[in-house]
Design a protein around this ligand. Sequence first.
Ligand SMILES: Nc1nc2c(ncn2[C@@H]2O[C@H](COP(=O)(O)OP(=O)(O)O[C@H]3O[C@H](CO)[C@@H](O)[C@H](O)[C@@H]3O)[C@@H](O)[C@H]2O)c(=O)[nH]1
Length: 251
Amino acid sequence: MAGDGRPEGAGTRKGVEYSIIVPTYNERENVGALLWILRAELAALAVSYEVVFVDDNSPDGTADAVRELQAAFGPELVHLVSRPGKQGLGSAYAAGLREANGEFVILMDADLSHHPKHLPAFISSQRASNADIVTGTRYRLGGGVAGWNLARKLTSRGANILASFLLGARTSDLTGAYRLYRRDVLADLLCRTRSRGYAFQMEVIVRAQYDGRRIEEVPIVFVDRLYGTSKLGVGEYVQFARGLLGLLLEL
Ligand SMILES: Nc1nc2c(ncn2[C@@H]2O[C@H](COP(=O)(O)OP(=O)(O)O[C@H]3O[C@H](CO)[C@@H](O)[C@H](O)[C@@H]3O)[C@@H](O)[C@H]2O)c(=O)[nH]1
């Protein structure tokens, strides 16, 4: 594997600044809307970008919907990584990175809970600060969550407070997934990250802090999905606890 996350000898598409990696599992109703809104939000910025969908053989036929988008918008803009079965978020990002050509990588959910309207803020924050990572935060002034029930709000907030306290983290939203990374920085972190599910977000940002990476935050409002359901289950909570314990023992 090359140091930037691509397989040795893989081709590059020169001049792409941003690769937007979107993991999907049963997101057929969302991928088209996401792409349209993304294009509208990025049009004014005059940046070059591509969108890499990583689908785990979704039973609802998400991969076919992405192929239709590919046919409509072209394979330069829309990429599809198709995996044989559900393998978790962390490994989906790694698979997306192997296909990505951008100097920077943006990770976002498919369901519009990570709204593309925040992308200009990520990009301008990185440009202004030369940061290695810009992470979206729900827990700073201007950020927030809409549409979650009280139990989910408390779980998310509680997990963040506990993990920040135990790990000495300076980032206000450890579990958020909406982030921009310098490509080589993400590739390096992925090599060392053990978590394969939702705990991935926490592990990556904490490791980056311990590595001395420059991390900036931008407030985002996470709006719960309109279509489909969350894939967060009990197993993910167990994995989160394991990931936290593992980091605590190691760092
Ligand atoms: N390829 C692939 N995609 C997956 C998998 N599991 C989830 N996804 C995709 O990953 C994205 C996030 O999944 P959701 O199920 O919508 O997550 P959520 O419960 O809304 O949780 C969000 O907020 C958490 C923080 O509170 C985040 O930790 C989490 O990553 C996500 O952004 C969606 O695009 C979903 O289709 C998987 O195993 N494989």
